[in-house]
Design a protein around this ligand. Structure first.
Ligand code: G3I
Length: 384
């Protein structure tokens, strides 16, 4: 029988280590495993590797590769849209659980965990709700009861099936908003005040005490100057206060929507930021990672002079987030917001100028440099 090269090296190393009464080589240099899927590599470091799932793509029988890769590469999934309020309750009092239930069944088959997304967010709300508030037929007191019911019904329906819930999403403003001092923004806090955030966590916890409850936001990958325009600092202060007040919050989700045209973060900056959050006694997770690029005429024409630097910069950004996460044991999952450019929210959202190329696989499901870089990071980590 032929020993694999890595196994042979490991055997020799173990014998040598035994002779020297030293730590086995495998402790510092884990061998390259046979299963090189992202999910298997992540497991070696107790890190769930997740993806957002587009149910239309998962159900598309003409596109079997999508379903195959979700199952093969990922140990966690997040419904990209089907647990949002407009999908769950398009008509008041009539729930549409079917698409989300279908995803849960898929994850059961494939031994995957689920990040529930999302309970309190200002986007993708049903028209009956926003219209009712706008035309005055829903008062603020009624709105509060409606939100309480939504959280209770939704979390109860999925009780025991959700690992992490994004309870509150994107409640902090951005420095480019007016005023530029970071503040609570959006429908819920406008109508019900900042205290609704704590209540949402309490209501979710009552409905499923075992689910991990997260605050989730973008542009909080690194601290700025710590001043009034620093969004990461604002979120930090908010979750610190929630913890202090005994609110049942378990973690902070950092979305990780990056772009190659912006300043890069390095892995240590990322890790420092995560460490500050986990020092508060919270878990952290990257929840929606993608790295977009401007689709110039040259990129669209296939000019490698323009494409290659973007692929390299994207790989570096994915890797900085992954390395920062791997260096903190309370970073419990790393989720990409779609894994193929064939199904990514980016080109539909950033149209002028057009952006794209944001995911790990191209439109033909060919893995890009970023995919292999993440794998290399996971191989080198061997965090156990
Ligand atoms: O379902 C309708 C379909 O019936 C209709 O024909 C079609 C026509 O435009 O629209 C479909 O709805 C779209 C929906 O995605 C489902 O595909 C909406 O127009 C579109 O706006 C919506 O976009 C989603 C976006 O959230 C909305 O805010 C993206 O798919 C989704 O990736 C994105 O995800 C968010 C996270 O939840 C929170 N963080 C940011 C992230 C990216 O924006």
């Amino acid at each position: 029988m032929k020993l694999r090269r890595s196994a042979l090296v490991a055997t020799v190393a173990l014998v040598a280590a035994g002779a020297l009464n030293a730590v086995p080589a495998s402790a510092g240099h884990p061998e390259r495993p046979a299963d090189l899927s992202l999910r298997a590599l992540g497991q070696r470091s107790d890190l769930a590797i997740g993806t957002a799932v587009d149910m239309a793509a998962l159900d598309d029988t003409t596109d079997p590769q999508y379903r195959k890769l979700v199952a093969e590469q990922f140990s966690s999934v997040t419904p990209e849209n089907v647990m949002k309020w407009e999908v769950l309750e398009p008509t008041q009092g009539t729930y549409n659980w079917a698409p989300a239930d279908e995803l849960i069944a898929f994850t059961k088959q494939n031994k995957q965990r689920v990040r529930g997304h999302v309970l309190v967010w200002q986007n993708q709300l049903p028209a009956w709700l926003t219209d009712g508030v706008n035309n005055g037929t829903i008062s603020d007191d009624q709105l509060r009861d409606i939100l309480h019911k939504h959280i209770t019904d939704t979390v109860s329906h999925f009780k025991g099936k959700i690992w992490q819930w994004d309870v509150v999403n994107e409640a902090a403003s951005d420095p480019w908003d007016s005023p530029s001092t970071i503040h609570y923004k959006g429908f819920w806090t406008q109508h019900l005040g900042g205290g609704i955030i704590a209540d949402a966590f309490r209501w979710a916890h009552q409905a499923d005490p075992k689910a991990l409850l997260f605050y989730n936001d973008y542009n909080i990958e690194a601290f700025g100057d710590g001043g009034p325009g620093d969004k990461t600092q604002f979120v930090y202060n908010m979750v610190k206060q929630l913890k202090h007040d005994g609110v049942p919050i378990d973690g902070v989700g950092s979305q990780g929507h990056l772009g190659t045209q912006y300043g890069d973060y390095d892995a240590l900056q990322i890790n420092d930021t995560l460490n500050r959050f986990t020092d508060l006694g919270l878990d952290v997770a990257f929840t929606e990672v993608d790295v977009r690029s401007q689709m110039t005429a040259g990129v669209q024409a296939g000019d490698s002079n323009e494409i290659n630097p973007r692929l390299q910069a994207a790989a570096a950004d994915f890797s900085a987030l992954m390395q920062g996460c791997l260096a903190n044991r309370r970073c419990i999952s790393f989720t990409v917001w779609g894994f193929t450019d064939k199904h990514s929210w980016v080109p539909g959202w950033f149209k002028d100028p057009l952006e794209g190329m944001a995911t790990l696989y191209d439109e033909n499901y060919q893995p890009k440099r970023a995919y292999n870089t993440l794998k290399a990071d996971l191989i080198f980590a061997g965090r156990r």
